[in-house]
Ligand binder design. Structure first.
Ligand code: WTA
Length: 645
């Protein structure tokens, strides 16, 4: 790590940031020495209807950690009501539409009124505390209103990314027993129409518990309509009162369930509960993004992912910030779009994913340098490791060498950022997420849980509870225990590989399981395999990731057909269609290799490790193949390997 360039803390940050390096060290030490008082102090930043009795009970030993038990609060109140007196006329949201000539500003007061109206409308549909509501929407202000309206009345939202297929939506709605789904007639992305309502209709052709569909009229597109079941959003809220009392919720009441992919099986519903999550996202937002009054902050993540939940909606709004939401894509109408939006809305803090930075870098510097970007103060990265050269470009060209980059490492399960620089406290090393946030104790360990020496790769675990941590997997306690706490007893197992250097900086290289990241989207290889298998021609399939210059990783599938089935281009297209239909376009395989047979152990288990090596052309590194039932399979696969672009 010696030759890694170090970017010292920028003088303006040393002076004006919320936390400097001395303070970071002091606060970090205090957060470990006395976590309860540390988090108690942070929790006072929220407004509580009733103060909690205790700060933390339980822990990792019995997997019974509960934060702030006995407290009563409401997330919507913390995001809206409490800001009204001082900031009623300040922008809560700045919406930028897919087309550059569509944008609007929504003040805290206006958002509050709309949320109250929608909350009242939900109540009229008999939604009450604890009921699940699905949100399947484009990036429009109504999506934020929908989340907050649920939070206001204690309903549990399940946001489903608008790029997921009707099958994926159906699975999530079924599992959480949603009674209402909030959607839009259509979404717009890069000039293309996304027929969201049509997907909802398709999903609801199957049996579900959904009785009502609330539809935002985002465009003029005509959609099919079922009287009594379908309701226009604008018509519903028009007659509702602009006042709606907040539910007095308990600290550990559910706030939302968000599905994410695991190593095996179907996606799991990650459950986040109110108090711990809200305290954690509010505090991490404040310190990591160095929140100052009047900041205009823009996170490009879709609301369907955890980053959208924590750092587009709850974190910024809890702090009273102005948060930008963008409906479109980075290349439309030109690759200058992100930078134009930064100038148009005078964005100070910009948070995006490495895949977007890589894609825009490829278009050349001019698209960036055409724009001013004078308002920018801080840049952020999330979702996958950022390559040092991409980091340097982001720093130099986008940030004009004057904006620190916070490379934030975290997961859907962690609720908020666990490892990240603080811009006034941490010298930066391109490619490293640097140091832990307050109260977070990461360690790199071997398979037995022994700490690895400095500089050596191992598995990343977290040794103590933190407030933002998930409280379970919806309806599956066993999976919660097995996936996260079994591998290394007493520790939270992240599923990531990492090393720690001699400065105590963490370098996270990627997953050590069968979860992959395609354009920052988290997908389980097992899910893609299940999608393939649904096709009647497929006998067996093994899916692995291969590197991709822009997407980070892309999908390579080895497919064995049933007897008498012949490979063809037509069949390949059908299989791709099948995957898109079951999951969505994000899971589209880039490579399909026809395989006579797959490498298996004598007990019949597919050896994905070998498939990974074959797809990546690491034939020399195949390692021990002695457990293979039929070693000839490998040569056949190698000789038909598809070259990676
Ligand atoms: C990866 C996204 C390296 C990691 C917030 C993790 C990262 C998974 C980083 C979680 C980063 C996220 N550096 N890797 N800064 N941030 N990851 O649940 O593999 O969509 O386990 O949450 O993304 O993905 P998820």
């Amino acid at each position: 790590m010696g030759e890694t360039s170090l970017y010292p803390i920028l003088p303006t940050f040393e002076k004006h940031a919320l936390v400097n390096s001395m303070q970071y060290q002091e606060m970090y030490a205090r957060s470990l020495r006395d976590p309860k008082n540390f988090w108690g102090g942070q929790a006072d930043k929220l407004t509580w209807f009733k103060r909690y009795d205790e700060i933390l009970t339980g822990g990792f030993k019995n997997l019974d950690a509960v934060w702030f038990p006995g407290g009563k609060l409401n997330a919507c109140y913390n995001c809206l009501d409490r800001h009204l007196a001082a900031k009623g006329n300040q922008a809560a949201l700045i919406w930028e539409g897919d087309s550059p000539d569509e944008s609007k500003t929504i003040t805290y007061h206006a958002l509050y009124q709309e949320v109250c109206q929608l909350a009242n409308a939900l109540k009229k549909l008999h939604i009450k505390k604890g009921d699940a509501v699905a949100i399947y929407m484009p990036m429009i202000p109504e999506a934020v209103a929908a989340m907050l309206a649920c939070a206001r009345i204690g309903a549990v939202h399940t946001v489903v990314f608008g790029g997921f297929s009707s099958d994926a939506l159906l699975m999530r709605m079924k599992e959480t027993k949603c009674q209402v789904v909030i959607t839009a007639n259509a979404g717009m992305r890069g000039g293309k129409v996304i027929p969201l309502k049509h997907h909802v209709d398709e999903a609801l052709e199957k049996e579900t518990s959904v009785h009502h569909v609330i539809v935002v009229k985002r465009t003029e597109h005509v959609v099919a309509w079922q009287e009594n079941r379908d309701h226009w959003y604008h018509e519903m809220i028009a007659t509702e009162s602009m006042q709606c009392p907040c539910d007095m919720m308990d600290s550990q009441d559910a706030l939302f369930v968000l599905y994410t992919s695991g190593s095996t099986g179907k996606p799991k519903g990650i459950l986040h509960t109110l108090a711990g999550y809200l305290v954690y996202v509010a505090v991490t937002y404040q310190y990591v993004f160095d929140y100052h009054e009047n900041d205009i902050y823009w996170c490009t993540a879709d609301m369907g992912w955890i980053t959208g939940h924590s750092y587009t909606v709850y974190g910024p709004l809890c702090n009273g910030a102005t948060t930008v939401i963008f409906e479109g894509v980075p290349h439309f109408p030109t690759p200058s779009r992100f930078w134009e939006i930064i100038d148009k809305h005078q964005v100070n803090v910009f948070y995006t994913a490495p895949t977007a930075i890589r894609a825009l870098r490829r278009e050349g510097d001019t698209w960036v340098t055409l724009t001013q970007r004078h308002s920018l103060r801080l840049l952020g990265s999330v979702g996958e490791p950022i390559n040092p050269d991409v980091w340097e470009w982001y720093y130099r060209v986008v940030g004009d060498n004057r904006c620190p980059i916070v490379d934030t490492w975290w997961q859907t399960e962690t609720g908020g950022i666990l490892i990240s620089p603080l811009p006034g406290a941490t010298p930066l090393k391109p490619g490293s997420a640097t140091r832990p946030f307050f109260g977070v104790v990461p360690e790199v360990v071997d398979d037995q849980g022994n700490a690895m020496p400095e500089g050596q790769m191992g598995k990343l675990v977290i040794k103590q509870p933190w407030p933002g941590m998930m409280q379970g997997i919806y309806g599956d306690r066993d999976r919660f225990v097995n996936d996260y706490f079994k591998a290394i007893p007493g520790c939270y197992f992240t599923g990531d590989d990492a090393k720690r250097d001699s400065d105590g900086y963490f370098w996270i290289t990627g997953r050590n399981d069968d979860v992959i990241k395609v354009s920052g989207h988290r997908i389980g290889t097992g899910e893609i395999e299940s999608a393939f298998i649904e096709h009647p021609a497929v006998s067996e399939v093994g899916v692995v990731a291969v590197p991709h210059a822009i997407k980070g990783e892309s999908i390579y599938a080895f497919v064995t057909l049933k007897e008498h089935m012949l490979p063809s281009e037509k069949l390949k297209k059908e299989l791709i269609q099948q995957v898109r239909h079951s999951i969505g376009a994000i899971a589209t395989p880039d490579y399909i290799q026809w395989a006579e047979a797959l490498p298996k152990t004598r007990s019949g288990k597919i050896m994905r490790r070998l498939l990974r090596k074959i797809a990546n052309n690491d034939a020399a590194e195949l390692g021990d193949t002695s457990t293979l039932a039929d070693p000839q399979v490998i040569n056949d696969l190698l000789s038909h390997r598809i070259a990676i672009l």
